[in-house]
Design a protein around this ligand. Structure first.
Ligand code: ZN
Length: 434
């Protein structure tokens, strides 16, 4: 049979490359075969890396970037193309470059020290402790703590702040070794790391191992409900393996002998949740109404129905068309647009939209490790923030939209030459600077 005979009657019936892809894998949590596509974001390089000047003539590897949802446990996930060790052993994300993030960590540490009555006799563990931005608050209050961090460069920065760090990937084995050396923890923090974990069961098993019988584990993660409702499709990238609802996480923790006992909504990363988890055998801590309340909200939004998730594709396409229309119009009108920030999500967005230097000649970032490099895929150069004042573009496109209030304040000076600020998500918005 020739190819022509296989063609359907209309273009809308054509199958996409994601639909005809024959590869099927098991769910990261329950191992059920994964087939339901949430969004196909085309081909993308690893988002949380950058291209150095001397590598500009080298090729780059692009991987299919597709999110799926498991129809059994409803875990949203992407396929793994590159091992976690390769990605996270030298990680450029220094958390300390965001003021609002540092404040968030300080507020959290004060709250949790009081809530759990932590003192110099307690023991606190942070998994993925990064450059020590969180644990420094515990060191200041004389609460003994340990960081576990796989990236050597950021672990070194933490050690310089007098923070004890195990420079290893976290899982059951690391947890057992830590318990042998330090004992079990009264507080375990796993903030914004669960999405980055390729072996979810080994990681959560490790949390169960290191948490004391009476201890509390807090986990912060961007809420899947916001990703779906606010078109945050650009938070999908190769290094984010999973996207969580409480509906699914409740099952994951139960499987590993733990239970979620409280949930709070927090504003970080475009709307996150902080869950409080205890060992199942601990009956001293009551499960609060907040848990069933958030699950009801998730179900009411549609997250309990596997068919709900496919709508993200239309939302992503809509953002793409709006942004391209805006950039092309600006170009035709002789206006200049630059970027602000070089976050992983910016790379997903720019590569999905096919935006390159002709439409966005440069971006800037406060992170000195990113300055002087080029964005993956798009090869857009990254400069220090001072470049905006010097080159005076007509528009500044804010890529880390989750920090837009903080960035709008930092950029208040652009009004001096009449420039406007642009936020691409949930829909394109052009704003006067404050
Ligand atoms: Zn599953």
């Amino acid at each position: 049979m020739s190819t022509i005979e296989k063609l359907p009657n209309s273009i809308s019936e054509l199958k996409t490359s994601a639909e005809v892809s024959t590869e099927s894998r098991g769910c990261r949590f329950c191992n059920h075969p994964i087939e339901n596509l949430v969004a196909d974001l085309g081909l993308s390089p690893l988002c949380q890396s950058q291209i150095e000047h001397d590598k500009l003539n080298h090729p780059e590897v692009f991987y299919p970037l597709r999110a799926f949802v498991c129809d059994k446990c409803l875990l949203v996930q992407v396929h793994e193309h590159v091992a976690g060790e390769e990605i996270f052993s030298h990680y450029a994300y220094f958390s300390s470059f965001s003021d609002s993030w540092l404040q968030h960590c300080k507020d959290y540490s004060e709250m949790i020290i009081e809530r759990l009555h932590l003192n110099c006799e307690s023991f606190v563990v942070e998994v993925a402790s990064n450059d020590g931005y969180m644990l420094q608050n515990f060191v200041e209050k004389n609460v003994p703590c340990l960081g576990i961090e796989p990236a050597t460069n950021v672990a070194e920065v933490a050690r310089k702040k007098n923070i004890d760090v195990m420079n290893r990937f976290f899982g059951v084995q690391t947890a057992q070794d830590a318990v042998k050396e330090y004992g079990k923890a009264d507080l375990v923090m796993a903030n914004n790391v669960l999405a980055h974990v390729p072996d979810l069961n080994d990681f959560v098993g490790g949390l169960h191992t290191i948490l004391s019988d009476t201890g509390t584990l807090t986990v912060e993660f961007p809420h899947l409900k916001n990703l779906m409702e606010l078109n945050q499709f650009d938070t999908i990238y190769q290094e984010h393996y999973c996207y969580f609802s409480v509906l699914t996480l409740e099952k994951v923790f139960k499987h590993h002998g733990m239970q979620i006992y409280d949930v709070e909504k927090i504003p970080t990363h475009g709307g996150s949740l902080r869950i409080y988890v205890k060992q199942q055998i601990n009956s001293d801590l009551e499960v609060r109404d907040s848990v069933s309340k958030i699950i009801t909200e998730e179900k009411d939004a549609g997250l309990g129905d596997v068919n709900y998730y496919g709508r993200l594709q239309d939302a992503a396409n809509s953002v793409k068309y709006q942004l391209l229309e805006f950039l092309i119009r600006a170009k035709r009108d002789g206006k200049t647009v630059c970027g602000y920030g070089a976050p992983g999500k910016g790379n997903t967005l720019l590569n999905f939209c096919g935006i390159r230097e002709d439409l966005l000649p440069f971006t800037v970032d406060r992170n000195t490790f990113k300055q002087g490099s080029f964005l993956v895929g798009s090869r857009i150069p990254v400069y220090a923030p001072e470049a905006i004042e010097q080159l005076q573009p007509d528009y500044v496109l804010i890529l880390p939209w989750n920090l837009k209030d903080e960035i709008c304040e930092q950029l208040s000076y652009v009004k001096n030459w009449g420039a406007k600020l642009v936020v691409p998500i949930p829909e394109l918005t052009v704003m006067e600077s404050k």
